[in-house]
Write a protein that binds this ligand. Structure first.
Ligand code: NAI
Ligand code: MG
Length: 494
Protein backbone atom coordinates (compact mmCIF):
# COMPACT_ATOMS: atom_id res chain seq x y z
CA UNK A 1 0.00 0.00 0.00
CA UNK A 2 1.03 3.60 -0.41
CA UNK A 3 1.50 5.54 2.76
CA UNK A 4 0.80 9.22 3.03
CA UNK A 5 1.63 11.53 5.89
CA UNK A 6 -1.94 12.69 6.33
CA UNK A 7 -3.44 9.46 7.61
CA UNK A 8 -2.20 7.35 10.51
CA UNK A 9 -0.82 4.38 8.59
CA UNK A 10 -0.38 1.01 10.24
CA UNK A 11 0.75 -1.14 7.36
CA UNK A 12 3.76 -1.06 5.14
CA UNK A 13 4.54 -3.51 2.39
CA UNK A 14 8.18 -4.07 3.28
CA UNK A 15 8.63 -6.55 0.41
CA UNK A 16 7.57 -3.87 -2.08
CA UNK A 17 9.98 -1.39 -0.54
CA UNK A 18 13.14 -3.47 -0.17
CA UNK A 19 14.45 -6.56 -1.95
CA UNK A 20 14.29 -9.62 0.29
CA UNK A 21 17.57 -10.91 1.68
CA UNK A 22 19.77 -8.37 -0.10
CA UNK A 23 22.10 -5.59 0.98
CA UNK A 24 23.47 -2.69 -1.02
CA UNK A 25 26.99 -2.91 -2.37
CA UNK A 26 28.24 -0.70 -5.19
CA UNK A 27 24.69 0.21 -6.14
CA UNK A 28 23.61 -3.44 -6.48
CA UNK A 29 21.28 -5.43 -4.24
CA UNK A 30 23.10 -8.64 -3.49
CA UNK A 31 22.77 -11.58 -1.07
CA UNK A 32 25.50 -12.50 1.41
CA UNK A 33 28.39 -14.61 0.13
CA UNK A 34 27.31 -17.43 2.42
CA UNK A 35 23.70 -17.13 1.23
CA UNK A 36 22.40 -17.07 4.80
CA UNK A 37 19.82 -14.59 6.03
CA UNK A 38 18.59 -13.16 9.34
CA UNK A 39 14.90 -12.52 10.06
CA UNK A 40 13.90 -9.04 11.16
CA UNK A 41 10.90 -8.92 13.51
CA UNK A 42 8.39 -6.39 14.74
CA UNK A 43 9.19 -6.35 18.47
CA UNK A 44 5.55 -5.68 19.42
CA UNK A 45 4.23 -8.83 17.71
CA UNK A 46 7.25 -10.90 16.64
CA UNK A 47 5.78 -10.84 13.14
CA UNK A 48 8.57 -11.28 10.56
CA UNK A 49 9.06 -8.09 8.55
CA UNK A 50 11.69 -9.32 6.16
CA UNK A 51 15.07 -10.99 5.84
CA UNK A 52 18.51 -9.46 5.57
CA UNK A 53 21.76 -11.03 4.44
CA UNK A 54 23.97 -12.51 7.15
CA UNK A 55 27.03 -10.70 5.88
CA UNK A 56 30.59 -11.62 6.86
CA UNK A 57 34.11 -10.35 6.19
CA UNK A 58 33.75 -11.33 2.51
CA UNK A 59 30.72 -9.05 2.10
CA UNK A 60 32.45 -6.23 3.98
CA UNK A 61 35.40 -6.68 1.65
CA UNK A 62 33.13 -6.30 -1.41
CA UNK A 63 31.50 -3.19 0.06
CA UNK A 64 34.76 -1.53 1.06
CA UNK A 65 36.21 -2.22 -2.39
CA UNK A 66 33.09 -0.77 -4.02
CA UNK A 67 33.44 2.31 -1.81
CA UNK A 68 37.14 2.57 -2.62
CA UNK A 69 36.36 2.33 -6.37
CA UNK A 70 33.77 5.09 -6.07
CA UNK A 71 36.03 7.33 -4.00
CA UNK A 72 38.30 9.08 -6.57
CA UNK A 73 35.41 10.32 -8.73
CA UNK A 74 33.37 11.37 -5.67
CA UNK A 75 36.34 13.16 -4.10
CA UNK A 76 36.86 15.02 -7.38
CA UNK A 77 33.18 15.93 -7.78
CA UNK A 78 32.72 19.65 -7.24
CA UNK A 79 31.62 20.28 -3.63
CA UNK A 80 28.71 22.30 -5.02
CA UNK A 81 27.53 19.24 -6.93
CA UNK A 82 27.91 17.09 -3.81
CA UNK A 83 25.78 19.66 -1.98
CA UNK A 84 23.18 19.54 -4.73
CA UNK A 85 23.02 15.76 -4.52
CA UNK A 86 22.55 15.97 -0.75
CA UNK A 87 19.69 18.44 -1.27
CA UNK A 88 18.18 16.00 -3.74
CA UNK A 89 18.67 13.18 -1.21
CA UNK A 90 16.79 15.41 1.28
CA UNK A 91 13.96 15.90 -1.23
CA UNK A 92 13.68 12.14 -1.79
CA UNK A 93 13.70 11.52 1.98
CA UNK A 94 10.96 14.11 2.40
CA UNK A 95 8.89 12.44 -0.30
CA UNK A 96 9.35 9.16 1.60
CA UNK A 97 9.12 10.67 5.09
CA UNK A 98 6.07 8.63 6.04
CA UNK A 99 7.65 5.36 4.89
CA UNK A 100 10.93 6.12 6.69
CA UNK A 101 8.96 6.81 9.87
CA UNK A 102 6.75 3.76 9.50
CA UNK A 103 9.59 1.37 8.72
CA UNK A 104 11.49 2.52 11.82
CA UNK A 105 8.29 2.16 13.90
CA UNK A 106 7.86 -1.38 12.61
CA UNK A 107 11.39 -2.59 13.25
CA UNK A 108 12.14 -0.65 16.46
CA UNK A 109 8.61 -0.76 17.89
CA UNK A 110 8.36 2.89 18.86
CA UNK A 111 5.19 4.92 18.28
CA UNK A 112 5.21 7.29 15.36
CA UNK A 113 6.94 10.61 15.97
CA UNK A 114 5.49 11.96 12.73
CA UNK A 115 7.02 12.02 9.26
CA UNK A 116 10.78 11.43 9.40
CA UNK A 117 12.88 14.59 9.70
CA UNK A 118 15.99 13.06 8.17
CA UNK A 119 15.59 15.55 5.29
CA UNK A 120 16.33 18.39 7.73
CA UNK A 121 19.57 16.69 8.83
CA UNK A 122 20.65 16.34 5.20
CA UNK A 123 19.82 19.95 4.37
CA UNK A 124 21.81 21.19 7.37
CA UNK A 125 24.90 19.31 6.21
CA UNK A 126 24.42 19.92 2.47
CA UNK A 127 25.02 23.63 2.99
CA UNK A 128 28.47 22.87 4.40
CA UNK A 129 29.73 20.74 1.54
CA UNK A 130 31.13 23.71 -0.41
CA UNK A 131 32.32 25.63 2.64
CA UNK A 132 35.11 23.34 3.80
CA UNK A 133 38.20 25.51 3.63
CA UNK A 134 41.82 25.48 4.71
CA UNK A 135 43.97 28.46 5.67
CA UNK A 136 46.83 30.43 4.26
CA UNK A 137 49.84 30.37 6.57
CA UNK A 138 52.39 33.02 7.44
CA UNK A 139 55.82 32.41 5.88
CA UNK A 140 59.34 33.43 6.84
CA UNK A 141 60.10 34.49 3.28
CA UNK A 142 58.10 36.45 0.69
CA UNK A 143 58.98 33.76 -1.89
CA UNK A 144 56.91 31.15 -0.13
CA UNK A 145 53.23 30.45 0.09
CA UNK A 146 51.94 28.08 2.72
CA UNK A 147 48.39 26.77 2.93
CA UNK A 148 46.30 23.98 4.29
CA UNK A 149 43.81 21.83 2.42
CA UNK A 150 41.03 19.80 4.01
CA UNK A 151 40.76 16.47 2.24
CA UNK A 152 38.49 13.47 2.72
CA UNK A 153 39.92 10.28 4.24
CA UNK A 154 38.64 7.86 1.63
CA UNK A 155 36.42 4.98 2.78
CA UNK A 156 34.67 5.59 6.09
CA UNK A 157 33.08 2.76 8.11
CA UNK A 158 30.02 3.37 10.24
CA UNK A 159 28.46 0.95 12.75
CA UNK A 160 24.91 1.90 13.73
CA UNK A 161 22.77 0.70 16.67
CA UNK A 162 19.10 -0.22 16.53
CA UNK A 163 17.45 2.42 18.70
CA UNK A 164 16.95 5.20 16.12
CA UNK A 165 18.72 3.80 13.08
CA UNK A 166 17.49 6.30 10.48
CA UNK A 167 18.66 9.56 12.11
CA UNK A 168 21.86 7.91 13.39
CA UNK A 169 22.79 6.70 9.92
CA UNK A 170 22.04 10.12 8.42
CA UNK A 171 24.23 11.73 11.09
CA UNK A 172 27.24 9.73 9.85
CA UNK A 173 26.52 9.49 6.14
CA UNK A 174 25.73 13.15 5.48
CA UNK A 175 28.96 14.75 6.76
CA UNK A 176 31.11 11.84 5.51
CA UNK A 177 29.93 12.07 1.91
CA UNK A 178 29.55 15.86 1.94
CA UNK A 179 33.29 16.02 2.65
CA UNK A 180 34.00 13.70 -0.30
CA UNK A 181 34.41 10.37 1.51
CA UNK A 182 32.54 7.23 0.55
CA UNK A 183 30.98 5.09 3.25
CA UNK A 184 30.13 1.54 4.28
CA UNK A 185 27.36 1.37 6.87
CA UNK A 186 26.83 -1.72 9.05
CA UNK A 187 23.37 -1.38 10.65
CA UNK A 188 22.32 -3.35 13.72
CA UNK A 189 20.89 -6.79 13.00
CA UNK A 190 17.81 -5.96 15.12
CA UNK A 191 16.75 -2.92 13.06
CA UNK A 192 18.54 -2.75 9.70
CA UNK A 193 15.63 -1.98 7.34
CA UNK A 194 15.49 1.79 7.71
CA UNK A 195 19.21 1.94 6.91
CA UNK A 196 18.70 -0.19 3.78
CA UNK A 197 15.86 2.12 2.73
CA UNK A 198 18.10 5.16 3.22
CA UNK A 199 20.73 3.51 1.03
CA UNK A 200 18.09 2.95 -1.63
CA UNK A 201 16.88 6.56 -1.42
CA UNK A 202 20.47 7.85 -1.75
CA UNK A 203 20.75 5.96 -5.04
CA UNK A 204 17.35 7.23 -6.14
CA UNK A 205 18.56 10.78 -5.46
CA UNK A 206 21.40 10.28 -7.91
CA UNK A 207 24.24 9.78 -5.43
CA UNK A 208 26.58 7.56 -7.46
CA UNK A 209 26.68 3.79 -6.80
CA UNK A 210 29.33 2.85 -4.25
CA UNK A 211 29.26 6.18 -2.42
CA UNK A 212 26.80 4.82 0.17
CA UNK A 213 26.95 1.07 0.82
CA UNK A 214 24.96 -0.83 3.45
CA UNK A 215 26.21 -4.25 4.59
CA UNK A 216 24.04 -6.20 7.02
CA UNK A 217 24.90 -8.97 9.44
CA UNK A 218 25.80 -9.71 13.04
CA UNK A 219 28.27 -7.50 14.89
CA UNK A 220 31.03 -10.04 15.48
CA UNK A 221 30.76 -11.35 11.90
CA UNK A 222 30.19 -8.28 9.72
CA UNK A 223 30.79 -5.32 12.07
CA UNK A 224 34.12 -6.60 13.38
CA UNK A 225 35.55 -6.86 9.86
CA UNK A 226 34.93 -3.21 9.01
CA UNK A 227 37.58 -1.42 11.14
CA UNK A 228 40.11 -4.15 10.29
CA UNK A 229 39.77 -3.73 6.53
CA UNK A 230 42.96 -2.14 5.17
CA UNK A 231 41.05 0.25 2.89
CA UNK A 232 38.91 1.74 5.70
CA UNK A 233 40.49 5.01 6.78
CA UNK A 234 38.15 6.25 9.49
CA UNK A 235 35.42 4.73 11.69
CA UNK A 236 32.35 5.88 13.50
CA UNK A 237 30.65 3.80 16.17
CA UNK A 238 27.48 4.26 18.23
CA UNK A 239 26.46 1.60 20.74
CA UNK A 240 27.57 -0.06 23.95
CA UNK A 241 30.87 0.70 25.73
CA UNK A 242 31.86 -2.98 25.46
CA UNK A 243 31.48 -3.11 21.70
CA UNK A 244 32.89 0.42 21.38
CA UNK A 245 36.03 -0.78 23.14
CA UNK A 246 36.33 -3.68 20.69
CA UNK A 247 35.92 -1.35 17.72
CA UNK A 248 38.55 1.01 19.18
CA UNK A 249 40.94 -1.91 19.63
CA UNK A 250 40.44 -2.84 15.99
CA UNK A 251 41.02 0.80 14.97
CA UNK A 252 44.20 0.79 17.04
CA UNK A 253 45.40 -2.24 15.12
CA UNK A 254 44.54 -0.52 11.84
CA UNK A 255 45.94 2.81 13.13
CA UNK A 256 42.87 4.76 12.04
CA UNK A 257 40.87 7.43 13.89
CA UNK A 258 37.27 7.04 15.00
CA UNK A 259 34.56 8.69 16.95
CA UNK A 260 32.47 6.79 19.49
CA UNK A 261 29.15 7.51 21.15
CA UNK A 262 28.60 5.06 23.96
CA UNK A 263 25.45 6.05 25.82
CA UNK A 264 24.89 7.65 29.17
CA UNK A 265 23.32 7.77 32.61
CA UNK A 266 21.98 11.25 32.20
CA UNK A 267 20.92 13.14 35.35
CA UNK A 268 17.80 15.24 35.68
CA UNK A 269 18.77 17.62 38.49
CA UNK A 270 15.71 19.15 40.14
CA UNK A 271 16.37 22.15 42.38
CA UNK A 272 14.05 23.34 45.11
CA UNK A 273 12.82 26.30 43.04
CA UNK A 274 12.01 24.23 39.94
CA UNK A 275 8.66 24.62 38.21
CA UNK A 276 7.49 21.05 38.78
CA UNK A 277 4.44 21.36 36.52
CA UNK A 278 6.83 21.88 33.63
CA UNK A 279 9.47 19.45 34.82
CA UNK A 280 7.23 16.43 35.44
CA UNK A 281 6.02 15.77 31.86
CA UNK A 282 9.56 16.29 30.57
CA UNK A 283 11.01 13.89 33.13
CA UNK A 284 8.40 11.26 32.21
CA UNK A 285 9.07 11.67 28.52
CA UNK A 286 12.82 11.74 29.11
CA UNK A 287 12.79 8.13 30.32
CA UNK A 288 9.80 6.64 28.47
CA UNK A 289 10.59 8.11 25.03
CA UNK A 290 11.56 5.16 22.78
CA UNK A 291 11.00 2.97 25.86
CA UNK A 292 14.12 4.44 27.45
CA UNK A 293 16.27 3.10 24.59
CA UNK A 294 17.95 6.42 24.00
CA UNK A 295 21.58 7.23 24.70
CA UNK A 296 20.40 10.56 26.14
CA UNK A 297 17.61 9.09 28.32
CA UNK A 298 17.21 11.01 31.60
CA UNK A 299 17.59 7.89 33.70
CA UNK A 300 18.60 9.48 37.02
CA UNK A 301 16.40 11.93 38.90
CA UNK A 302 18.65 13.91 41.26
CA UNK A 303 16.22 15.78 43.47
CA UNK A 304 16.35 18.15 46.45
CA UNK A 305 15.45 16.06 49.51
CA UNK A 306 12.61 18.42 50.44
CA UNK A 307 10.91 17.79 47.08
CA UNK A 308 11.39 14.05 46.91
CA UNK A 309 8.13 12.74 48.38
CA UNK A 310 5.68 14.95 46.43
CA UNK A 311 7.71 14.65 43.21
CA UNK A 312 7.93 10.85 43.37
CA UNK A 313 4.20 10.67 44.07
CA UNK A 314 3.40 12.90 41.10
CA UNK A 315 5.75 10.93 38.84
CA UNK A 316 4.23 7.61 39.92
CA UNK A 317 0.83 8.93 38.97
CA UNK A 318 2.14 10.17 35.61
CA UNK A 319 3.95 6.87 34.91
CA UNK A 320 0.74 4.92 35.54
CA UNK A 321 -0.91 6.94 32.78
CA UNK A 322 1.72 6.24 30.12
CA UNK A 323 -0.15 4.31 27.42
CA UNK A 324 1.79 1.28 26.35
CA UNK A 325 1.23 -1.11 23.46
CA UNK A 326 2.02 -1.97 19.86
CA UNK A 327 3.25 1.17 18.16
CA UNK A 328 0.30 1.52 15.75
CA UNK A 329 -2.20 1.94 18.57
CA UNK A 330 -2.32 5.41 20.05
CA UNK A 331 0.38 4.81 22.64
CA UNK A 332 3.27 6.75 24.12
CA UNK A 333 5.49 3.74 24.67
CA UNK A 334 6.16 0.57 22.69
CA UNK A 335 8.07 -2.60 23.57
CA UNK A 336 11.81 -3.01 23.91
CA UNK A 337 13.65 -4.09 20.78
CA UNK A 338 14.27 -7.75 21.65
CA UNK A 339 13.99 -10.53 24.20
CA UNK A 340 17.66 -9.90 25.01
CA UNK A 341 16.96 -6.27 25.91
CA UNK A 342 13.79 -7.22 27.81
CA UNK A 343 15.79 -9.74 29.87
CA UNK A 344 18.48 -7.12 30.45
CA UNK A 345 16.02 -4.51 31.71
CA UNK A 346 14.11 -7.00 33.90
CA UNK A 347 17.50 -8.15 35.23
CA UNK A 348 18.38 -4.59 36.26
CA UNK A 349 14.99 -4.28 37.99
CA UNK A 350 15.90 -7.38 40.05
CA UNK A 351 19.31 -5.89 40.83
CA UNK A 352 17.63 -2.68 42.01
CA UNK A 353 15.41 -4.62 44.40
CA UNK A 354 18.27 -6.80 45.65
CA UNK A 355 20.46 -3.78 46.37
CA UNK A 356 17.70 -2.22 48.46
CA UNK A 357 16.12 0.42 46.24
CA UNK A 358 12.38 0.91 46.76
CA UNK A 359 10.21 -0.05 43.78
CA UNK A 360 7.53 2.64 43.49
CA UNK A 361 5.72 1.68 40.30
CA UNK A 362 6.12 -0.71 37.37
CA UNK A 363 8.80 -3.34 37.73
CA UNK A 364 7.61 -6.10 35.44
CA UNK A 365 6.03 -7.15 32.18
CA UNK A 366 2.53 -5.77 31.67
CA UNK A 367 -0.25 -8.35 31.62
CA UNK A 368 -2.92 -8.65 28.93
CA UNK A 369 -3.23 -10.38 25.58
CA UNK A 370 -1.90 -7.48 23.54
CA UNK A 371 1.39 -7.61 25.44
CA UNK A 372 1.90 -11.38 25.14
CA UNK A 373 4.04 -11.42 22.02
CA UNK A 374 5.91 -8.15 22.50
CA UNK A 375 8.99 -7.38 24.59
CA UNK A 376 7.20 -4.98 26.92
CA UNK A 377 8.39 -3.70 30.30
CA UNK A 378 6.32 -1.33 32.44
CA UNK A 379 7.57 2.19 33.08
CA UNK A 380 9.36 1.81 36.39
CA UNK A 381 10.46 4.10 39.21
CA UNK A 382 12.96 3.20 41.92
CA UNK A 383 13.14 5.53 44.92
CA UNK A 384 15.77 5.59 47.68
CA UNK A 385 18.51 4.79 45.21
CA UNK A 386 22.05 5.28 46.50
CA UNK A 387 24.71 6.63 44.13
CA UNK A 388 26.76 3.43 44.34
CA UNK A 389 23.94 1.10 43.33
CA UNK A 390 24.23 -0.49 39.90
CA UNK A 391 20.90 1.02 38.78
CA UNK A 392 22.43 4.44 39.52
CA UNK A 393 25.66 3.71 37.66
CA UNK A 394 24.96 1.50 34.65
CA UNK A 395 23.04 2.25 31.48
CA UNK A 396 19.86 0.16 31.63
CA UNK A 397 18.47 1.23 28.23
CA UNK A 398 14.88 0.78 29.34
CA UNK A 399 12.06 2.78 30.98
CA UNK A 400 13.58 2.69 34.48
CA UNK A 401 14.04 5.90 36.48
CA UNK A 402 16.30 5.93 39.54
CA UNK A 403 15.55 8.62 42.15
CA UNK A 404 18.48 9.96 44.20
CA UNK A 405 18.28 12.81 46.73
CA UNK A 406 20.72 15.50 47.80
CA UNK A 407 20.94 18.02 50.63
CA UNK A 408 22.88 20.84 48.98
CA UNK A 409 24.22 21.99 45.62
CA UNK A 410 27.64 20.38 46.14
CA UNK A 411 26.06 17.02 46.78
CA UNK A 412 23.77 17.45 43.76
CA UNK A 413 26.84 18.02 41.60
CA UNK A 414 28.74 15.13 43.12
CA UNK A 415 25.84 12.79 42.36
CA UNK A 416 25.23 14.22 38.87
CA UNK A 417 28.92 13.81 38.01
CA UNK A 418 29.33 10.55 39.91
CA UNK A 419 29.14 8.05 37.05
CA UNK A 420 31.57 7.07 34.34
CA UNK A 421 29.22 8.58 31.74
CA UNK A 422 28.81 12.22 30.71
CA UNK A 423 26.46 12.52 27.74
CA UNK A 424 23.45 14.69 28.57
CA UNK A 425 22.16 16.42 31.71
CA UNK A 426 19.23 18.60 32.67
CA UNK A 427 18.83 21.19 35.40
CA UNK A 428 15.37 22.23 36.51
CA UNK A 429 15.39 25.59 38.31
CA UNK A 430 14.04 29.13 38.12
CA UNK A 431 17.24 30.59 39.61
CA UNK A 432 19.47 31.78 36.77
CA UNK A 433 22.53 32.01 39.00
CA UNK A 434 22.31 28.39 40.10
CA UNK A 435 21.55 27.29 36.54
CA UNK A 436 24.72 28.97 35.27
CA UNK A 437 26.85 27.60 38.12
CA UNK A 438 25.66 24.04 37.60
CA UNK A 439 25.79 24.22 33.81
CA UNK A 440 29.46 25.16 34.07
CA UNK A 441 30.34 22.39 36.50
CA UNK A 442 28.36 19.47 35.13
CA UNK A 443 30.51 16.98 33.24
CA UNK A 444 28.39 16.30 30.19
CA UNK A 445 28.51 17.02 26.49
CA UNK A 446 25.08 18.66 26.65
CA UNK A 447 23.36 20.55 29.44
CA UNK A 448 19.67 21.48 29.20
CA UNK A 449 18.30 24.17 31.50
CA UNK A 450 14.59 23.51 32.02
CA UNK A 451 14.58 21.10 29.11
CA UNK A 452 15.66 17.53 28.55
CA UNK A 453 16.53 17.66 24.93
CA UNK A 454 18.40 19.79 22.45
CA UNK A 455 15.50 19.34 20.01
CA UNK A 456 14.52 22.64 18.48
CA UNK A 457 18.13 23.83 18.46
CA UNK A 458 19.68 23.48 15.03
CA UNK A 459 23.25 22.21 15.05
CA UNK A 460 23.55 21.42 18.76
CA UNK A 461 26.65 19.21 19.00
CA UNK A 462 25.88 15.73 20.28
CA UNK A 463 28.53 13.66 22.01
CA UNK A 464 30.00 12.67 25.32
CA UNK A 465 32.35 13.62 28.11
CA UNK A 466 34.20 10.87 29.96
CA UNK A 467 33.27 7.31 28.98
CA UNK A 468 30.26 8.39 26.94
CA UNK A 469 32.75 8.74 24.12
CA UNK A 470 34.35 11.47 22.06
CA UNK A 471 33.73 13.32 18.83
CA UNK A 472 30.65 15.43 18.12
CA UNK A 473 27.96 14.80 15.55
CA UNK A 474 25.11 16.83 14.10
CA UNK A 475 26.79 20.24 14.31
CA UNK A 476 28.59 22.70 12.06
CA UNK A 477 32.08 21.27 12.61
CA UNK A 478 31.15 17.60 12.23
CA UNK A 479 32.06 17.73 8.56
CA UNK A 480 35.62 18.68 9.54
CA UNK A 481 35.92 15.43 11.52
CA UNK A 482 35.58 13.66 8.18
CA UNK A 483 38.52 15.54 6.69
CA UNK A 484 42.27 15.38 7.18
CA UNK A 485 44.52 18.39 7.05
CA UNK A 486 47.21 18.65 4.39
CA UNK A 487 49.85 21.36 4.41
CA UNK A 488 51.04 22.58 1.00
CA UNK A 489 54.14 24.73 0.69
CA UNK A 490 55.01 26.51 -2.58
CA UNK A 491 58.51 27.77 -3.12
CA UNK A 492 58.43 30.62 -5.66
CA UNK A 493 62.21 30.83 -5.84
CA UNK A 494 63.60 27.28 -6.05
P1 NAI B 1 26.08 -3.20 20.60
O1 NAI B 1 26.97 -2.08 20.96
O2 NAI B 1 26.63 -4.57 20.71
O3 NAI B 1 25.53 -2.99 19.10
C1 NAI B 1 25.69 -1.80 18.35
C2 NAI B 1 26.19 -2.13 16.97
O4 NAI B 1 27.48 -2.74 17.07
C3 NAI B 1 25.33 -3.10 16.17
O5 NAI B 1 25.32 -2.72 14.80
C4 NAI B 1 26.08 -4.41 16.31
O6 NAI B 1 25.83 -5.32 15.26
C5 NAI B 1 27.50 -3.94 16.29
N1 NAI B 1 28.47 -4.87 16.90
C6 NAI B 1 28.26 -5.77 17.89
N2 NAI B 1 29.40 -6.43 18.17
C7 NAI B 1 30.35 -5.95 17.34
C8 NAI B 1 31.74 -6.21 17.16
N3 NAI B 1 32.38 -7.15 17.87
N4 NAI B 1 32.42 -5.49 16.24
C9 NAI B 1 31.80 -4.54 15.51
N5 NAI B 1 30.49 -4.25 15.64
C10 NAI B 1 29.77 -4.94 16.54
O7 NAI B 1 24.78 -3.04 21.50
P2 NAI B 1 23.64 -4.12 21.85
O8 NAI B 1 24.28 -5.41 22.23
O9 NAI B 1 22.67 -4.16 20.75
O10 NAI B 1 22.96 -3.43 23.13
C11 NAI B 1 23.51 -3.61 24.43
C12 NAI B 1 23.53 -2.31 25.18
O11 NAI B 1 24.30 -1.34 24.51
C13 NAI B 1 22.18 -1.61 25.35
O12 NAI B 1 21.45 -2.13 26.41
C14 NAI B 1 22.62 -0.19 25.63
O13 NAI B 1 22.95 0.00 26.98
C15 NAI B 1 23.85 -0.04 24.79
N6 NAI B 1 23.52 0.66 23.53
C16 NAI B 1 23.72 2.00 23.48
C17 NAI B 1 23.36 2.70 22.36
C18 NAI B 1 23.55 4.16 22.27
O14 NAI B 1 22.90 4.82 21.47
N7 NAI B 1 24.46 4.73 23.00
C19 NAI B 1 22.70 2.04 21.22
C20 NAI B 1 22.57 0.61 21.35
C21 NAI B 1 22.95 -0.03 22.49
MG1 MG C 1 25.83 -6.75 21.31
Amino acid sequence: MTVTGSEAPTQLDVAALLPDGAHLIGGEWVPAHGGETIEVCNPATQEVLGRIPRGTAADVDDAVKAAADAFPAWRDTSPGVRAQLLYRFADVCRAHAAELDLLECLEVGHPSWGPSRIADQLIYVAGMADKVTGHTLPTASPNMIGMTLREPYGVVGSIIPWNTPGPLMAADVAPAIAAGNTIVVKPAEDAPLTCLLLGKLALEAGIPPGVVNVVTGYGPEAGAALPLHPLVRRMSFTGSPETGTRVMEACARSLIPLHVELGGKSPQVVLRDADLDKAIPAIVRGITFNTGQVCAAGSRLVVDASLRAPLVEALAEAFSKVRMGPWHERVEMGPLISKKQQDRVLGYIEVGKEQGARLVTGGGKPSGAKFDKGFFVEPTIFDEVRPDMRIAQEEIFGPVLSVLTYEDEEEALAIANGTSYGLVSSIWTSDVGRAVRLARRIEAGQVGINTTWSGGVIGSPHGGYKRSGFGRVMHAETILEYTQLKSVVINGNP
